[in-house]
Design a protein around this ligand. Structure first.
Ligand SMILES: [Zn+2]
Ligand SMILES: [Zn+2]
Length: 57
C-alpha cells in the first residue's frame, strides 16, 4: 500500500481519507473528486475508500 497520493503526493495517513483501486493505486479524496466518473486514471479501475486503520486492536 503506497503512503502517498499518486497524483499530488499528499501523504495518505493511515487514519485519513484515501481511496484505492483494484490495482492498489492510491489517491487522496481531493484528487478522486476530480476524476471523471470517479474511476482510477491509471488503470480505469473502480475506486474504493480505503479502510481506516483501527487504533484499538
Ligand atoms: Zn491527491
Ligand atoms: Zn488504478
Amino acid at each position: 500500500m503506497r503512503p502517498t497520493c499518486e497524483s499530488c503526493g499528499t501523504a495518505a495517513a493511515a487514519d485519513g481519507e484515501a481511496y484505492i483501486c483494484s490495482y492498489e493505486c492510491t489517491w487522496c479524496a481531493g484528487c478522486v473528486d476530480t476524476f471523471p466518473g470517479g474511476a482510477c486514471p491509471n488503470c480505469g479501475g473502480a475506486l474504493e475508500r480505503r479502510p481506516t486503520r483501527v487504533a484499538a486492536s
